[in-house]
Design a protein around this ligand. Structure first.
Ligand code: M6R
Length: 614
């Protein structure tokens, strides 16, 4: 949560910082602010509540010709979204400016200490104490990097911080403390950057260094040095990132969400490329560089994730049980840590995370690390913390996902989980060659099947026009369609602000059926599989209570014609792979309903793309 950008170099810093914020706005958009060194090496600070456009309008024609600066887009934790609470925050003398992601859990005690010695605070944030602490150390003669190093142990909680000081214009000091979102340092030509994530650096450089927890980057015009918490110098090799900057722009689409929905055939293709081959059927996961005997020893699998990633993990649980025949469970990462899970070194923990920085998921991984579990991350973000903690990562290969609502990374993660489960099944001898061949062939067909599912777009846009005014929706599915029902409800809620609930269809008669009437449309996933007849009965139960049903069926299935009010026919794929096509109409329906209702599709209220607070 919150986006951070910093720049030092020979180009005017102001426009670079503002443009970087634009790429980070999806991380938080309650307010934004910048601090730039003007030509007298004093700080020029500007802030504005609301979207970045407000800040842009405020600084138009006023940006000083700065050589360095920092910027921040905020997702409020402490203090309402106001100009005063927007970052950067300054110390009382205005010599130090700080941008921050995370929570200073002991900020009240620190604040009281400063207030007792006469300092005044002008915001309600936890962040402001960091500026006071840094200024205190600078007054004692520390330089900015040392001030940061000494300050960090005084802060409770996980943080990512970037600070500048007028005593050292052109220098940025960044620190990562625990798992509150990343810090990435970018190396340009005669210039350096820091950012909370890679997306902000892509137009400028692909040469980057990620900070690990406890590390500090001292970034100057002429070079970057790294320190650990004890003040020892660190050597950190520069990595070359493969992300394509073009992927982070909207192109011909009105919204990133729509663009990312349309990218899904390519995401599925990238997901199988080089991993699946036929004649004979093979599955290759070279990135799973884990000793074979360790993989063979696994007795149990626990999958964790949050939101959409948890729904993918639920699909992954089916795959692991079905193909690798290992007992598997799935847990909401935020709950997992606090229920004292029973784990050991024969448990494989699979964490699913688009960002690789979701704090709940990182804490679950920490719990697994302490218990000595084997860990595999399913992740979209190279260099992220999840990829560092895990023993191996199977990447989603989805490219940057900018819309706050996840779409293409769900497809990327389900493809990766399918590949992982097949790999484990093959290794452990639980898959026959015929089963492997069937799954591999089926997976290779998925990119074109998703393309066919996207052809429903026009019909769904029309449907959205008829359903956009309803205020409550129910989504139902069984088996592998159950996580799709959960995802359908989540998508609709977050982008259109319509109340929606996802249920396992068998659960409906145990309570939710009381809600059914003509005012509550039901989206029923009734694809052609072993559970189809039971799903059909559930749909009949809804109709008997005057409910309106939108049914997702497999092409050629006419059994719900005249029963459901609206029927959307999806291409036939293997039953195990149905989630990969069923999710497409859910995404499109949410998108077009949200557009109809005039909602802010790419940046829904109250949300942020990467959730780095508990
Ligand atoms: O980056 P992660 O996959 O760990 O994010 C987890 C959730 O915050 C995320 O999936 C969220 O639910 C989606 N953006 C909703 O569309």
């Amino acid at each position: 949560m919150c986006g951070i950008i910093g720049y030092t170099g020979r180009r005017p810093a102001g426009p670079i910082v503002i443009e970087g914020l634009r790429r980070l706005e999806y991380r938080g958009y309650d307010s934004a602010g910048i601090a730039l060194f003007d030509s007298d090496h004093e700080l020029y600070v500007a802030k504005a509540t609301g979207k970045l456009d407000n800040l842009d309008a405020r600084v138009e024609g006023q940006l000083p010709p700065a050589v360095a600066g920092i910027g921040h887009t905020r997702w409020a934790t402490h203090g309402a979204p106001t100009d005063g609470n927007a970052h950067p925050h300054l110390d009382p003398t205005g010599r130090v400016a700080v941008v921050h992601n995370g929570i200073v859990e002991n900020f009240e005690a620190l604040r009281r200490r400063f207030e007792a010695q006469g300092d005044r605070f002008i915001s309600d944030t936890d962040t402001e104490v960091i500026a006071h602490l840094l200024a205190e150390r600078l007054a004692l003669g520390d330089d900015l990097a040392e001030a940061m190093r000494v300050t960090i142990p005084l802060l409770e909680g996980a943080q990512a911080i970037v600070a500048v000081s007028v005593d050292d214009p052109g220098r940025l000091v960044a620190a990562r403390v625990g798992n509150a979102g990343g810090i990435v340092v970018g190396y340009g030509d005669g210039e350096h950057f820091v950012a909370s994530d890679l997306a902000a650096l892509l137009p400028h450089t692909r040469r980057v260094v990620f900070l690990d927890p406890g590390q500090i980057a001292d970034v100057r015009l002429d070079g970057v040095s790294y320190l650990d918490a004890a003040g020892h110098a660190l050597e950190k090799p520069i990595e070359l990132q493969p992300f394509d900057p073009v992927a982070a722009v909207k192109g011909r689409y009105k919204h990133f969400m729509l663009k990312e929905i349309h990218e899904q055939p390519d995401v599925a293709l990238d997901g199988v490329r080089g991993r699946y081959s036929t004649d004979p059927a093979r599955i290759e996961l070279p990135e799973l560089a884990i000793d074979r005997t360790r993989l063979e020893r696994i007795q149990r699998v626990v999958l964790v994730g949050m939101g959409t990633s948890m729904h993918s993990a639920t699909v992954g649980r089916h795959y692991i049980e079905r193909f690798a025949r290992i007992p598997a469970e799935v847990d909401n990462a935020a709950e997992f840590r606090y229920r004292e899970p029973v784990l050991d070194d024969r448990t494989l923990v699979i964490s699913v995370a688009q960002s690789g920085e979701t704090v709940d998921t990182l804490w679950a991984m920490e719990e697994a690390r302490r218990a000595g579990c084997l860990q595999v991350a399913i992740c979209n973000t190279p260099g992220s913390q999840a990829t560092r903690v895990a023993d191996a990562t199977v990447f989603m290969r989805a490219g940057p996902e900018i819309a706050v609502a996840s779409t293409k990374t769900m497809v990327g993660s389900m493809v990766a989980l399918h590949a992982l489960a097949l790999h484990l099944g093959h290794l452990r001898g639980t898959l026959t060659p015929d089963q492997l061949s069937e799954q591999v062939t089926g997976a290779l067909h998925i990119p074109s099947a998703i393309g066919d599912a996207l052809l429903l777009e026009e019909a769904i846009e029309e449907l959205a026009g008829r359903y956009a005014e309803y205020e409550d929706f129910l989504f139902l599915g069984r088996g592998l369609a159950y996580p799709m029902a959960l995802e359908g409800a989540l998508k609709l809620k977050e982008v259109s602000y319509i109340h929606a609930e996802g249920y396992a269809a068998g659960e409906m008669k145990h309570g939710p059926i009381a809600l059914i009437d003509e005012h509550m449309p039901v989206v029923a996933v009734a694809l052609d599989d072993d559970l189809h007849d039971k799903m059909r009965s559930n749909i009949e139960q809804v109709k008997a209570r005057r409910g309106r049903v939108i049914a997702l069926v497999t092409e050629g299935d006419t059994s719900l014609d005249g029963v459901a009010d609206d029927v959307l026919a999806l291409p036939r794929v293997l039953p195990a792979l149905q989630p990969l096509v069923a999710v497409i109409p859910m995404q499109l329906l949410s998108y077009y309903i949200a557009v109809r209702r005039g909602a802010d599709v790419d940046q829904p209220r109250n949300l942020a793309k990467t959730v780095t607070v508990e």
